[in-house]
Design a protein around this ligand. Sequence first.
Ligand SMILES: Cc1cc2nc3c(=O)[nH]c(=O)nc-3n(C[C@H](O)[C@H](O)[C@H](O)COP(=O)(O)O)c2cc1C
Length: 248
Amino acid sequence: MGPDERLEHIAKAKKALKIPVIASLNGSSLGGWTDYARQIQEAGADALELNIYTIPTDLDSPGSRVEETAVEIVRAVRKAVKIPLAVKCSPFYSNMANMAKRFVDAGADGLVLFNRFYQPDVDLENVDIRPKVLWSTPQAARLPLTWIGILYGRIKTDLAATSGVHNGRDVIKMMMVGASVTLIASALYRHGLKHLSVMERDTREWMEKNEYESIRQMRGSLSKLNCPDPAAFERAHYMRALQTPPSA
Ligand SMILES: Cc1cc2nc3c(=O)[nH]c(=O)nc-3n(C[C@H](O)[C@H](O)[C@H](O)COP(=O)(O)O)c2cc1C
């Protein structure tokens, strides 16, 4: 889809649906494209997800500059739109907690944790690099699970979990560490859209069996909100994990 076609698509989706339409915008540097965010809003999107997708490779660009650019992108898009803004970000910052806070200070209403950067493979038959998006494995959930648990309640924002959410149990785990929503891509590609209702049913069944009345009741119950020093907690868990036999 070209940019104009995409705006039309958003407008059509908005007309056809009763649920909110969240548009996604992918950016890696500051530029005139932030104007496109405004056009997305005008097309009727209820909210915008800004995907900061960049793999810095410049040997002379320090991490601090990469971080400042990312924050400036958020600031620029925030200035361009009034609708709620979520930032889908990278986990690869020196201090993710600080970056999360800076994104929120720059105007993000929500954080989507995390961007999954495609990693190419080498095609030995054709002796070439093979760019390919891989479906996620359940293990991929551990990274957002860790960070949502650390950030929940410590910064004023909604947290969305993406990566490795494949079934109802994964949804519940993410809610327990503090996610407000989960995003699902690979599981839908693999099982088709009908899998959404299976996941919803499984989530409900687990909640009923375990006597939870609402998502709100379980949200953040396993976060590190009441932990005075999450870094020490992580270190202690690491030590414990090393003493536990590994499993699949
Ligand atoms: C085939 C495929 C296409 C994707 N396209 C996009 C995209 O256009 N924009 C985006 O932000 N993420 C895209 N993603 C990433 C997903 O939104 C998601 O962040 C990631 O796949 C992790 O979630 P999952 O474990 O449910 O797949 C894509 C993922 C897959 C598998």
